[in-house]
Design a protein around this ligand. Sequence first.
Ligand code: 0CJ
Ligand code: F3S
Length: 309
Amino acid sequence: MKVVLAQPRGFCAGVVRAIDIVERALVKYGAPIYVRHEIVHNRYVVESLERKGARFVENLDEVPDGAVVIFSAHGVSRAVVAEAQARRLPTLDATCPLVTKVHNQSRRYVAQGRTLVLIGHAGHPEVEGTLGQIDGLAAHLVQTEADIEMLDVPTDTPIAYVTQTTLSVDDTRSIIAALMRRFSDVIGPETRDICYATQNRQMAMRELCRIADLVLVVGARNSSNSNRLREIGVEAGVSSYLVADGTDIDPAWLCGAKVVGVTAGASAPEALVERVIEVLRRMGPIEVSVLPGVEEHINFRLPAELASV
Ligand code: 0CJ
Ligand code: F3S
């Protein structure tokens, strides 16, 4: 059996930075360090940081007075920042700079008098953080083309849209087109809010689907960008499964597969890709190769107080 790895796959610059922030904070301030929400959507990452002294919470009321708290890569609303300030909690912001950029753009659009439409998935922490940049009724969430028809907004209202960073490029394009059809004055970034890492991994997944009989996507169930990779496989007609670490591979999936593709979401460490390869090796002889693809050289700066730790 051939095992072909997608390039690029796995960690993006925002995830590397977010994990680095937790590790450096533990060194500088000592355990425990509180992290609001999973720093990135991956249990393996979360559990390894827990072993070093990080404590993950969903709400700031679980953080004791005076403890250092880190905001996850997905970003937070202004209400969460205000709550931390009101309690004078020392905070570090691990929000991906590409999410912060969307926050800033959202506020600018609303300041220009436009009604904001956020394209994204309800309940996702990034969506809550972005919607939470805007007060009151000026922001609307849409998840599908059908949601555009349901918007209770006059069609000549000046609209600006922004998007979640980890969406399907193709689906987002269709939703933007529907928005442009319904409203007469629409501005927005097209699909440029979808980050470089999401776009590159989706492109690599499409390449993998041209040669693979089956694709295993290493990533967590609550990882938006990993789910989008699996969907691309399904849309291309290639059986595709999200796997946490390989222990969840059903041998029946591999029946008759000559070429197995493996990729990983932006929050999945390479150690988990290696575990998946090990599981495949135990099932029979394999030959591993990497598909040529985009090389990424992006780095995000750390918060100043952690740069020299
Ligand atoms: O939202 C982000 C800034 C992406 C973070 C990395 O991926 P993950 O799986 O933690 O988050 P998504 O669910 O947003 O893909
Ligand atoms: Fe940032 Fe994209 Fe990664 S938004 S955290 S670079 S998936």
